[in-house]
Design a protein around this ligand. Structure first.
Ligand code: EPZ
Length: 420
């Protein structure tokens, strides 16, 4: 397994191009199952999660041609049986369920695994699909779903932690070909769901209320092929903003959608980070002394859970006490123990991490545990004294396109050490 070797203490300088959004492109790739016609998806990030989703589509019978940043997909003759191991290994693949049911009237997929950040239940997905008329049974680790024809209905998708992003995606896609009207209440409002809805509309779907908690879908008989450019990745943009601030550098983010970053930029500003908007780009101008802040993760447009670990790494440098409260996932503080190996002072109390910041960090070997925890460890390594080795960076490769190349271009002393 590869690792990153990072010599800390170098302020990052220059420009970084933000790639397409991982969490937008995965459901959009699943949506191509809804038509037998050709779809062209652009600004596709080069990520292992995307490679995985392409493998899954091909296992279902899709023809997929890849070019630089672009996928041409034709789901002509497809089958509704997803490869057990492929689907079990990537949670995001659960969003093929809705399209397969809508297109074929049946789907058999393995139950997605949980992961280190939580059990990742899918009860809301199943409740929504059953409300549309699907019969669902669990048999030997497989979900078997059947329906003579999906029927529009009222679907409430609010869970104990608020809306479900991929659950909304699944029901939205299923509803596009259901008979009649579906109203989704407590729908997720994330930009990635909006991007999916826009792609579906370009395929001929009839959707209203996109980006609001109430989405209305009027089913149509079939959808046609379409072309779509994926939105930029707001979490990658926020991650580089934290890295620039932590190293007290000056970095311009090119291609980011600043309107998707409201809560993140507000929190960085509150923490004393210098931010300038110039012609649609955002320049992070380090800081003249970081301040501690409190933050609670919330559904969009609140502070995103996917930025909690990266902000924690930055707040280790802010003299004083910061409190980060995680309200979306039950165990998303795996990065705290690894940050403490670098000298951070963090204690966990229930859903909150209390960070006593201000002490300089010192490099050490650390272990990545999940995608965003890995990003937090890279940020910490970039501003720690001496050398930090981040092991198991396959987690990073899932969601960050060429991260070490982008960081090196900004002056970071980072190299990939091939795994043993
Ligand atoms: C998406 O996961 C993202 N992944 C996650 O990003 C992100 O953290 C999450 O949304 C929240 O924003 C992709 O889009 C591929 P949820 P998703 O369903 O849809 C509970 C990253 O780092 N829940 O919105 O799987 C669930 O346990 C990844 O890029 C139920 O209770 O998340 C959680 O507490 C990590 N029942 C909360 O809802 C369900 O049926 C939000 O989960 C579904 C979810």
């Amino acid at each position: 397994m590869d690792s990153f070797l990072i010599e800390g203490g170098v302020p990052l300088h220059g420009e970084v191009q933000i790639s397409g959004s991982k969490n937008a492109v995965l459901p959009i790739l699943a949506a191509t199952l809804l038509t037998a016609e050709t779809c062209v998806i652009r600004r596709v990030p080069d990520l292992s999660d995307v490679d995985f989703m392409v493998k899954i589509l091909r296992s279902l019978g899709a023809e997929v041609t890849a070019a630089e940043g672009m996928l041409t997909i034709r789901c002509g003759a497809i089958r509704g049986f997803g490869d057990y191991d492929l689907i079990r290994k990537m949670r995001g693949s659960i969003c093929i369920l809705g399209p397969l049911l809508a297109r074929l009237g049946q789907a058999t997929v393995s139950l997605p695994g949980g992961c280190v950040i939580g059990t990742r239940p899918i009860d809301l997905h199943l409740k929504g699909l059953e409300a549309l008329g699907a019969k669902i049974t669990v048999d030997g680790g497989y979900l078997r779903c059947d329906t003579p024809k999906l029927q529009g209905n009222l679907v409430f998708l609010g869970g104990r932690a608020g809306p479900t992003v991929l659950g909304t995606a699944n029901i939205l896609m299923a509803a596009t070909l259901a008979e009649g009207v579906t109203v989704i209440e407590s729908a997720a409002c994330e930009p990635e769901v909006v991007d999916l809805a826009n792609f579906l509309i370009s395929m001929g779907a009839k959707i209203q209320g996109v980006g609001s908690p109430t989405i209305t879908v009027t089913g149509v008989r079939e959808l046609h092929g379409a072309e779509h450019e994926v939105i930029p990745d707001r979490i990658e943009a926020g991650t580089f903003a934290c890295a620039a601030a932590a190293t007290c550098g000056e970095v311009t983010l090119r291609g980011a959608r600043l309107d998707h970053l409201g809560a993140v930029l507000e929190k960085l500003r509150e923490a004393g980070v210098g931010l300038d908007r110039t012609q649609g780009a955002l320049t992070i101008r380090g800081h003249r002394g970081l301040r501690p802040v409190d933050v609670t993760t919330m559904p969009y447009s609140g502070f995103p859970t996917d930025m909690q670990a990266q902000l924690m790494a930055l707040l280790c440098l802010a003299p004083g006490t910061s409190i980060l409260t995680e309200r979306i996932f039950e165990s998303r503080f795996m990065h705290a123990a690894e940050l403490m190996r670098l000298g951070a002072d963090i204690s966990i109390e229930g859903p909150s991490a209390i960070v006593k910041g201000g002490r300089p960090l010192t490099g050490a070997p650390v272990m990545a545990s999940d995608l965003r925890a890995s990003a937090a460890l890279v940020i910490a390594g970039l501003c720690a004294r001496n050398t930090t080795q981040v092991h198991r960076i396959y987690h990073l490769d899932r969601g960050y396109e060429r991260m070490e190349a982008k960081l090196s271009k900004l002056g970071a002393r980072i190299s990939r050490v091939p795994g043993e």
